[in-house]
Ligand binder design. Structure first.
Ligand SMILES: [Zn+2]
Ligand SMILES: [Zn+2]
Length: 253
């Protein structure tokens, strides 16, 4: 069973949700055997989300399960604002993602030169400190692209395992789901988020997972999820987490 729990209908453009805008994503899901699709636009486009559009598409695509989520950019100190954002619609799930560090959008190609200013090990430390704070804040259901700090292929010089272990422990304690996000395969790091090593440690800690493409266009819906599913299966996973009104349940892979 394929689910795709991280689809950006708006890409990076502010425009209201319309049936004509979302429909191509649903046709793509149907074509690629995705049974459950979760729209999760960036919270900066919150004002463009329209639950009515989702309701009417559910009627038009009875063979698909359509969920409404949101990908929220976490940064320390933003918790109160995030609480308001989370309550603005009846979301099925919330993805928490770290996209910037001290105001620098480290995962954005336009700001890639910023890596030169950092000691890479200190940067990894800071990134995982922020992810840990996110896991502990209690506001999210899913951890977005867990090791996205590798996006441009800048790898730490020291073994990052001691940095990441407390993060995974916090994720496990908080009962969060980690998404297995295929978008990393389309980036310079050319690797799924999270890496096989991290995924194995998630499995050992009994951390549930879900599947996502992080598609920003309909052509990327479900992309490489067969590969991601194989990776899950190889690691030992047999189920993926799904959400309805922020209540978690599971589907067999
Ligand atoms: Zn993201
Ligand atoms: Zn995303």
């Amino acid at each position: 069973m394929y689910v795709d729990y991280h689809v950006h209908a708006l890409g990076h453009q502010g425009q209201p949700y319309r049936e004509e805008l979302l429909t191509p994503f649903l046709f793509a899901a149907r074509e690629r055997g995705i049974k459950e699709i979760g729209f999760a636009d960036h919270d900066e486009y919150l004002e463009y989300i329209d639950e009515g559009v989702i309701t009417s598409l559910k009627e038009k695509f009875p063979d698909l399960t359509i969920k409404l989520g949101l990908e929220i950019s976490y940064r320390p100190g933003r918790e109160q604002e995030i609480k308001l954002v989370a309550n603005s619609f009846s979301f099925d799930f919330l993805i928490g993602s770290v996209h910037d560090l001290e105001g620098w959008m480290f995962d954005h190609p336009a700001y890639r030169s910023g890596y030169r200013k950092w000691d890479i090990d200190e940067l990894y430390q800071l990134y995982y400190d922020v992810v840990k704070k996110m896991a502990c804040c209690g506001l999210f259901d899913i951890v977005g692209h867990l090791d996205v700090i590798k996006v441009f292929g800048y790898r730490p010089e020291k073994d990052p395992t001691p940095l990441i272990e407390p993060v995974l422990q916090a994720i496990s304690r908080a009962g969060l789901v980690v998404e297995v996000n295929s978008a990393g395969l389309r980036k310079p790091c050319a690797e799924i988020y999270p890496s096989q090593d991290l995924l194995l440690r998630c499995y050992e800690l009994d951390i549930p997972v879900t599947l996502s493409s992080d598609a920003h266009t309909e052509s990327d819906v479900g992309r490489d999820l067969a590969f991601a599913k194989e990776m899950l299966y190889r690691t030992g996973y047999r189920r993926v987490a799904i959400f309805t009104q922020r209540q978690r349940s599971f589907l067999w892979l």
